[in-house]
Design a protein. Sequence first.
Length: 370
Amino acid sequence: MADQVILRNVTKRFATKTLGDIVAVDNFNLAVHEGECFSFLGPSGCGKSTTLRMIAGFEDLTEGEIELCGRLVSSSSKNLYVPPEERGLGMVFQAFAVWPHMNVFENVAFPLRIQKVSNAEVTERVNKALKHTSLTGLETTYPSDLSGGQQQRIALARAIVTNPKVMLLDEPLSNLDPKLRETMRFEIKELQREFGFTIIFVTHDQSEAMAISDRMMVCDMGKIMQIDTPENLYNKPVNRFVHNFLGESTFINVDVQDGKVYPKGDHTQAIKLDIPKDAAPQMVVATRPNEIELLAATEEGFKTRIEKRIFLTDRTEYLVPVGEQMVKIQTPHRVRFAQGDSCAVRFVDPMWYPMDDEEAEKERAKRQLF
Ligand code: ATP
């Protein structure tokens, strides 16, 4: 499969009055394949939108180069910059960006009018785009008479009418209610199947990204943390940040001493775990609340007790102390313990990470304030 969007050593620095130089995007290297749905995922300020804006051509690069469909469109060393309208991309942004003074048909026809496409062809292509976005019958309606979902469909129709090879979607669903978001997600995938374009999707919503993507890039503070399939990102996160960002996490700070693992600061009982070769004396053991086994106190495991039991619609949650830390466990309802019961817990194949980097936490907070 050909690579349709390639970023090579792309860096973007902004000079700010209050914080000095900010490296919004730090040496990004990535290749999005033809027909792929690729998401940029990460917390506010991690550099998602800046990257998308550089691909779109709204933002220049400080360093590096970008190639679209085999054509170099931005290069700092060659001083090359192809403007957005010549990049052949479809774009849909968070704000619906439909023109209120134009009816649905003319909104969708707009890019074709600029390209001076013949009237007959405009009609044919707009009708096709309207059909695929379920807007047929609303041609003469004005956007103000339509719902948010319908308005976002106009934006989608206007993007697909130009037959782009690559579609950039920047939080396109964030102004919609949850039910509609789900429907639209599905519709975007259908459109992709129908028209065969490549999607780059920007979101800070991890479940949305997991549902829609073939691969995702998780970034933090202007750095790529990991690029992989949703499944691998969830099951094999390369660091604590990615682990925490995707799905629910349970972290236990531990001391590794004399070949044993103890909850940090409490060495009365060891946790039975295989210790990785490169483990430092202090580590973080990471797992998911639904992957911890909660067993009778007579079974083998870390002996503890139920501190709290919370009955939820689809599962029961328990809080159990492990040393001085409280660990959340999620079980199906059939696993029954009462508050105060003794129990044993087992951690199945957890991940191991170094202890938190406090400087990184401070830097993250600073960026989100800005
Ligand atoms: P969000 O989800 O909030 O949109 P994001 O991940 O898209 O966040 P960016 O908008 O790409 O993040 O911003 C990355 C960093 O660059 C942030 O620290 C931001 O404050 C900074 N930044 C972005 N645009 C500018 C600008 N025009 N001038 C100065 N700094 C900027």
